[in-house]
Write a protein that binds this ligand. Structure first.
Ligand code: COA
Length: 440
């Protein structure tokens, strides 16, 4: 059996099993099967023939992961010419999390967050159809960080790609996931926002290094016939502002060279004032537009979860321009700084933990970022927010699943190494008939 046949045979056996077992996670009688039928879930996703196209994309799982290392404003005072009072007054940030060891990467943070989202939803990794990793600090230009997470978690049936829309990426991801589900192309989609921006920040530049932090958040969307979930989205871009927030080098426009490295062109560069002006306008506009699209009056919004870039941007946009009361706008930028694509899912998870989200609530996610880009979406929250109880048996099963994923990955790498060390096959050209010889 060659390498391709070996991979096909593995996939084939899983597809055979999924044909027998698949079901939809949510049903029109309001029963959320992924919570109520714990342990009775089929292991494999439904086959395409078995799936009914469902009209809603519900968020059924969520989770976040942040590095342990805390960098406070006072710590930054030791590195650059800045003051705690300045940072608090201009941004609202008090501290941020930063990766401490090389093993902590965008993929490792994203995988931890995604794992929690899957556990929350009680959905087996093999059932996920698509994984979208929105990130501004990918592990590599390629392969996609999403593929690394896919392998890490054993999402053996999932397509995977990274989404580059800077800090708006998570909202873009939700919009794409919704479209994929509503088209009937996917039943479960993982949307992750993951960042290690501390590795792209110039720690001698006080204008940017005080702003950013590391972390990851993830949600699992599922096809459903229960009304609600992600109900509308608005996405936008204005590339004329591309140079306002950029990492100039490292792409095809300016490949890495001694010169780009010595000039610091691989670090984040930003025109803070211009981005501030854009952000305050667009956050309010995008929120208004998406609410119009969803047919929800501002008075009926229960919670806005904005991109956590700067407390003043949030105050000047959704709070003042839209007159949404403070208790309906979630803010946690003081703890994490700007975690780019991860900021909205992290904030969502913390809002849920603090009891600020309940079934029936109208939520708005709104973000902006480099590009320039912006995005907003409305979510009718429809699932219970209580964590499903975790038994030792369930935990053991999960551990085994992830250990099996690690073993599978090692096995595949080993097989590839063996094949690469074997004598290359000499493919002889098929003999041509004398007739063919004569016609050429
Ligand atoms: N500590 C102390 N002083 C600082 C400083 C720091 N970390 N960073 C800048 N300053 C100084 C400037 O040098 C300037 O000094 P000067 O007047 O002597 O030239 C002064 O503070 C004011 O700078 P300015 O850039 O006008 O401040 P600001 O009020 O616009 O605040 C930002 C700066 C970056 C906080 C603000 O512009 C901002 O939040 N912009 C949006 C950035 C953002 O969200 N980016 C991510 C998008 S996803």
């Amino acid at each position: 059996m060659n390498e391709q046949e070996h991979e096909n045979s593995q996939a084939g056996s899983n597809y055979a099993a999924e044909n027998v077992n698949g079901t939809a996670p949510l049903s029109s009688n309001g029963a959320f099967n992924h919570h109520t039928a714990k342990g009775a879930q089929p292991l494999y996703r439904a086959s395409f023939e078995q799936r009914r196209i469902q009209p809603y994309a519900q968020i059924i799982g969520w989770g976040y992961h942040i590095p342990e290392r805390i960098v406070t404003n006072h710590d930054l005072e030791q590195i650059v010419d800045t003051q705690d009072e300045w940072i608090r007054a201009r941004t609202g940030i008090q501290e941020r999390r930063v990766v401490a060891v090389p093993q902590e990467t965008t993929a490792s943070l994203g995988a931890r967050a995604a794992r929690k989202a899957l556990e929350m939803a009680d959905v087996h990794p093999a059932k996920v159809d698509l994984i979208i990793c929105a990130t501004s600090s990918p592990e590599h230009i390629f392969p996609a960080t999403a593929s690394i997470i896919q392998d890490n978690l054993g999402l053996i049936h999932a397509g995977a790609f990274d989404l580059s829309a800077a800090c708006s990426g998570f909202v873009y991801g939700l919009s794409i996931a919704r479209g994929h589900i509503l088209a009937g192309d996917a039943e479960y989609v993982l949307v992750i926002g993951a960042e290690t921006l501390s590795r792209w920040v110039d720690w001698t530049d006080r204008a940017t290094c005080v702003l950013f932090g590391d972390g990851a958040g993830a949600v699992l969307l599922a096809a459903s016939d229960v009304p609600g979930g992600v109900t509308a989205s608005v996405l936008g871009s204005d590339g004329s502002g591309a140079e306002l927030l950029t990492i100039p080098a490292g792409g095809s426009a300016s490949p890495a060279s001694l010169e780009t490295v010595s000039s610091g062109s691989h670090y984040i560069q930003m025109d803070g004032r211009a981005v501030f002006r854009f952000a305050t306008r667009i956050m309010a506009d995008a929120t208004r537009q998406v609410l119009d699209k969803a047919g929800i009056p501002i008075s009926e919004v229960d919670l806005v979860v904005p991109h956590q870039a700067n407390k003043r941007i949030i105050q000047h946009s959704v709070l003042r321009q839209l007159k949404i009361p403070e208790d309906k706008v979630y803010v946690n930028v003081q703890k994490y700084g700007n975690t780019s694509t991860a900021s909205i899912p992290i904030a969502l998870c913390e809002a849920i933990d603090e009891g600020k989200v309940a079934p029936g609530d109208n939520l708005v996610f709104v973000g902006f970022g480099a590009g320039l880009t912006w995005g907003a979406c409305t979510v009718k929250w429809s699932v219970p927010v209580e964590k499903p109880e975790s038994t030792w048996w369930k935990n053991t099963q999960r551990q085994a699943t992830y250990q099996a994923a690690a073993a599978r990955s090692m096995w595949k790498r080993a097989i590839r190494r063996i094949y690469s060390q074997m004598e290359p096959l000499t493919l002889s050209r098929p003999e041509r008939s004398t007739e063919e010889e004569q016609t050429t």
